[in-house]
Design a protein around this ligand. Structure first.
Ligand code: 57M
Length: 359
């Protein structure tokens, strides 16, 4: 909005030129989203407490979690509010990619809210059924895929980190592939969100990495120099990533151990799905496997555990899945698991950035 309202006057007031710069607007977007969450946070948490919007805790989980009963949840509402408000303020509102990202984050947020509200109303951990959630997620992801393919801003050509000359063209098969990436990311982040700050930290790292990649992808000269696909308009996605980083850092302020608030499915399903969409828009889908390695690892641990559990008639590979519970069961303190997962996530983020040069 600032760009649309203020930049046109730069011929009279030269300092307004600054609103043209994606770097400046991304930093503005991050700081604004951070401040919104940090300033509104305490009042929002108090309001959730008054309304008794608190976490229902499963009695079959690690005992250390029993004390978390009643911690305010659905903090994702605050994250989404800050992200959306900041994005509206700092991006070029003529960008269709921005509206697509806002739309999908709110749609996935709505699926998560329905799930959270159902759990809170019923007072147990059964919200929407896995099937209901999956159908809605696939629907949202399909709309994104079709939009990108039909508006011709995208084709079905894939690019891989480290392999600069390997570019298979999936054609319309790109659509199910994009759906898989978006829905997979949404569910993987949801599974990861089970310890204080565990999902929030890697989300910040993943969004920061895509902030850099979208900046590069949106600049024809730099993209061609670094041999990554040029995506017209991806610069505005950079500003959106800045808003994710700021909002989630602000949320981490309250979500770090001992958490005063959880993001709920409204946060985890939405942020995961949105990062999936960012990876699809920037044509860096496979990069998500590297930078989002923590999410992948958590999802794989569940797939393996559930598969083996069913096939073996009740035996387990891990002490408990998702993976973070395994370490808790081994006696690691919650903060130790979380910080170590963050360390791995930072290393993965650095490896993802290295792919810019190593090709
Ligand atoms: C949701 N939700 C957290 C909070 C958060 C198939 C199966 C493996 C699925 C999986 C599952 O349901 N996962 C998705 C995980 C929950 O957090 C809420 O949910 C939101 C995210 N969706 O924002 O609102 C609990 O996580 C803790 N938490 C924190 N700090 C945070 O910042 O401490 C969350 C955020 C909160 C709080 O305790 O209540 C969750 O874990 O439920 N199922 C499981 O994860 C279960 N695994 C399981 O049953 N494994 C089995 C196999 C055979 C399926 C096994 O390994 O034996 C475990 N989860 C729990 N108890 N809580 C086990 C039992």
């Amino acid at each position: 909005m600032f760009y649309n309202l203020l930049y046109p006057f730069h011929t009279d007031l030269s300092w307004l030129n600054v609103f043209r710069y994606i770097t400046f607007r991304s930093i503005g977007g991050a700081v604004t989203a951070f401040l919104i969450v940090v300033i509104i946070g305490p009042r929002f948490i108090a309001w959730l407490q008054r309304k008794q919007i608190g976490q229902v805790i499963r009695d079959d989980g690690p005992e250390t979690h029993f004390s978390k009963k009643g911690v305010p949840t659905m903090g994702g509402v605050l994250i989404l509010f800050a992200m959306t408000a900041s994005t509206l303020l700092w991006t070029d509102l003529r960008s269709s990619l921005v509206w697509l990202l806002i739309g999908i984050s709110l749609f996935f947020g709505a699926i998560g809210s329905a799930d959270d509200i159902k759990k809170i109303r019923k007072g147990n951990s059964r919200g929407l059924s896995a099937r209901e959630k999956l159908i809605l997620q696939v629907l949202g992801a399909t709309v994104v895929g079709v939009f990108l393919l039909v508006t011709k801003s995208h084709d079905g050509i894939l690019s891989f980190p480290f392999f600069k000359t390997f570019h298979p063209d999936l054609g319309w098969w790109y659509l199910p592939f994009a759906v898989l990436v978006i829905v997979g990311a949404s569910n993987a982040v949801n599974l990861t969100d089970g310890l204080d700050g565990l999902a929030t930290g890697p989300i910040v790292i993943t969004a920061s990495t895509y902030l850099i990649f979208s900046y590069v992808a949106g600049n024809a000269v730099v993209a061609s120099y670094l041999q990554i696909p040029f995506v017209p308009g991806a610069g505005e996605v950079t500003v959106f990533c800045g808003a994710i980083v700021g909002a989630c850092l602000g949320f981490l302020w309250f979500n770090c151990y001992p958490a005063e608030i959880f993001m709920g499915d409204v946060g985890s399903l939405s942020l995961g799905g949105t990062l999936g969409v960012v990876s699809v828009i920037t044509k860096q889908e496979f990069l998500l496997v590297i930078v989002g390695g923590i999410f992948v690892m958590e999802a794989v641990s569940v797939i393996l555990q559930v598969g083996y559990f069913k096939m073996s008639g009740g035996k387990r590979i891990f002490l408990m899945a998702p993976f973070h519970h395994h370490f808790e069961k081994k006696g690691w303190l919650e903060t130790k698991v979380v910080v170590r997962f963050w360390i791995v996530s930072i290393i993965l983020g650095l490896m993802a950035l290295a792919t810019l040069k190593l090709r």
